[in-house]
Write a protein of this length. Structure first.
Length: 310
């Protein structure tokens, strides 16, 4: 409650994606389908990774974590956005707004770090296959997963605490479909310079650090395959196991860099919103499809799981 004393505004109004009524119904159906696809697809992957012994490997352990993240990630923003399409502008309390901001950044930054962990796993599997079970032991995998979630937790906590210290006294309309940092900073009456430093330095490094690790892992993999493997087929087979991961990385990182790399407040709120839709609603629904379509083991496990149910 101490947080609430800082503000003259007790609630915000989320203006949502559009005011055009015809579009609102179209968007409602589209995003409802995307959300259900995300819940169902990621739910199936989590269930398979737990129940199918063939998938009890580091790669699928991390994939299970990713699917779990995606379920929560889309749930943070999409249901509120759907009610906005049906009932117009959505009020959200100051505490609710901070909670949404916190979970969005917690899950988003955890996902960025987890994708770097998955790239490292692919690097060890392809470049050091003989040491793979030794390097990627159960304990190591657990530590890497805990580290990913912990980094996200601390990063989001910093943003939430810093945002809760701001004063909001006038406008309370947020030109967005959820409470993100930049729209909130635009509404603050007090100085946001510290928040901007945090956004530009910490958030950029949380995005860039894992990205650099992913790029390095793949550079090592490519150079290893070209130096050590002679046949074209021998090169393509290990690299095809990375194709799903690379697609997911592209889907997360292209919009992420667009929105959060400096200069942060210069881009328009409409562009920010469109880009946010990409990684909060579309990517979580796409990830299970990408992994299922590209991956033989997942398809096999899916058939067995469905076979058991039928």
């Amino acid at each position: 409650l101490a947080m609430l004393n800082h503000t003259g505004v007790s609630e915000f109004i989320l203006l949502g994606l559009t005011n055009i009524q015809g579009l609102q119904y179209f968007f409602f159906i589209s995003f409802l389908l995307l959300y259900l696809t995300s819940l169902l697809g990621n739910g199936v992957i989590v269930t398979m990774v737990i129940s199918e012994p063939r998938l009890h490997t580091p790669m699928y352990f991390f994939l299970g974590n990713l699917s779990c993240l995606d379920i929560f990630y889309s749930t943070v923003t999409v249901p509120k956005m759907l009610t906005g399409f049906l009932f117009g502008h959505q009020p959200i309390s100051f505490a609710g707004c901070l909670a949404q901001l916190y979970f969005f950044h917690f899950l988003g930054s955890t996902e960025a770090v987890l994708l770097a962990t998955m790239a490292y796993d692919r690097y060890v599997a392809i470049c050091n296959p003989l040491c793979y079970t030794l390097v990627m032991s159960q304990r190591t995998c657990l530590l890497l997963a805990v580290a990913s979630w912990s980094i996200g937790f601390v990063h989001a906590m910093m943003h939430s605490i810093m945002t809760s210290q701001l004063s909001f006294c006038g406008h309370n309309q947020i030109h967005h479909f959820f409470c993100d940092i930049k729209p909130l900073l635009n509404l603050a009456c007090s100085s946001t310079s510290l928040n901007m430093i945090l956004l530009n330095v910490v958030t950029t490094s949380i995005a860039l650090g894992p990205f650099i690790l992913i790029v390095l892992s793949y550079l090592y993999i490519i150079s290893f395959l070209f130096q050590k493997v002679q046949s074209q087929e021998g090169r393509w087979k290990p690299f095809s196991t990375c194709a799903s991961h690379l697609t997911v990385v592209a889907l997360l990182y292209i919009p992420l860099f667009f929105n959060y790399t400096p200069p942060s407040l210069s881009s328009s709120s409409i562009t920010d919103m469109q880009v946010s839709v990409m990684y909060s609603a579309i990517t979580p629904a796409m990830n299970p499809l990408i992994y299922t379509l590209r991956n033989q083991e997942v398809r096999y496990a899916l058939n067995r799981t469905l076979g058991r149910k039928l």
